[in-house]
Design a protein around this ligand. Structure first.
Ligand SMILES: [Zn+2]
Ligand SMILES: [Zn+2]
Length: 389
């Protein structure tokens, strides 16, 4: 098994006697004289350049459907909501706003890299440029026009949209690597080495994640092309009100809800299973769906079994914690957040900063109290789609 550190050690041998025409120590495959020679004297990269590159990468227009379907593309890539605006975002908004993370460089800088909730207008929240108008319509309109009936097709659509959003975001991150590699301009040699080491590690992780995403995309694409959604699996939670948290994203689950390891994400030679989490309001009931395809059965079934083996009143609190811990494309009701007990707020905020794990019980001094503190809608029903316990 190759691990990050083995690769790093092999790759990063900084040679103090490096020649001008040798390959640069940073691993760029450029000659030293064209890369890091005299980098300490170069003009540091400007804030506006980073900002601009960030915005460009995160607004690039691309329809993510499989190649075989791209002939039907209508041409216009639209700014599509991954959480439906009219039904869902509006249902939890206050004065036209929800709370969420602004995924801009400006915002990250302002909060020193710590994810912080900010007010976002419902027109902007959850949007991305990942589908053309035609495909956004044919692939997802049924979710907005029909009541949710937990069909495999609906669960597939939810899963696919969440996956596509993740795929798009990760591609944007990867496209920014030239910028990251220029971040050490004007810095001392030691700072350069530190920055390049970090970049290299980051890049390895991102590339491995991207390979995983490509592998999963092939599965999603095959299902789409065949109109065959039989490989879809899901756990559906039906609530009697809109969920105060709206989410659409996918993740490689590493631990289950009891803290048991599900898969080794640091192993670069292994494909990782992935799960999508989405929530929305269909105009009548609140829906939270955790869904995956057959190729992720091993980790995802274990993950869901660990959740469903808990007391029923803990299902939603654990899902909320999971969402806060793992997802960025999440939007919450300002009213709900304001009313939350300070302890609950602190707990959820800590989760986003990765300080605690979801396998901790929500609170050791009284589970029911915590459930009450999260003030979640009543869980009306749990349905399994495409698999059984
Ligand atoms: Zn270099
Ligand atoms: Zn298209």
């Amino acid at each position: 098994m190759r691990t990050f550190w083995q690769v790093i050690r092999r790759h990063f041998v900084v040679n103090s006697r490096i020649g001008r025409n040798d390959l640069c120590w940073c691993g760029s495959n450029k000659k030293y004289k064209k890369c890091h020679l005299n980098r300490d004297k170069q003009e540091p990269i400007k804030y506006w350049e980073i900002n601009q590159a960030f915005q460009k990468a995160n607004s690039r227009k691309e329809c993510l459907v499989p190649k075989s379907l791209s002939l039907q593309c209508s041409g216009n890539i639209i700014k599509a909501h991954t959480v439906p605006k009219t039904s869902s975002l509006r249902a939890i908004s206050q004065d036209g706003h929800v709370l969420g993370y602004k995924m801009t460089f400006e915002s990250m800088r302002k909060h020193s890299g710590t994810p912080t909730f900010e007010k976002i207008g419902v027109n902007q929240a959850s949007t991305f440029n990942g589908f053309c108008k035609y495909h956004d319509d044919v692939l997802f309109s049924s979710l907005e026009k029909e009541r949710f009936a937990a069909t495999k097709k609906q669960c597939f659509s939810l899963s696919y949209r969440a996956f596509a959003k993740e795929y798009y975001a990760k591609s944007a991150v990867l496209s920014l690597s030239p910028l990251r590699n220029d971040a050490d301009k004007g810095k001392t040699i030691q700072e350069q080495i530190d920055i390049q080491m970090n970049n290299y590690l980051f890049e390895l992780g991102t590339k491995a994640a991207m390979e995983d995403l490509e592998y999963h995309k092939a599965y999603f694409d095959a299902a789409l092309e065949a109109h065959d959604y039989d490989n879809t699996r899901a756990v559906v939670f039906i609530l009697d009100e809109p969920p105060p948290f709206m989410v659409c994203g996918s993740v490689n689950p590493d631990y289950d809800f009891n803290g048991a390891k599900l898969q080794e994400l640091m192993d670069l030679d292994k494909r990782s299973d992935c799960i999508s989490v989405t929530s929305y309001y269909d105009g009548c009931k609140g829906i939270v769906v955790l869904s995956w395809l057959e190729n992720s059965d091993v980790s995802c079934q274990s993950l869901m079994r660990s959740l469903l083996s808990k007391k029923k009143e803990l299902y939603l609190p654990f899902v909320v914690q999971y969402i806060f811990k793992y997802f960025e494309n999440v939007f919450i009701a300002p009213n709900w957040w304001e009313k939350l007990h300070t302890d609950s707020k602190n707990m959820l905020t800590a989760l986003t900063s990765d300080n605690v794990s979801t396998h901790d019980e929500p609170n050791s001094d009284g589970l029911l109290e915590v459930v009450a503190k999260y003030e979640l809608p009543k869980l009306a029903e749990v349905q399994l789609v495409g698999w059984s316990l």
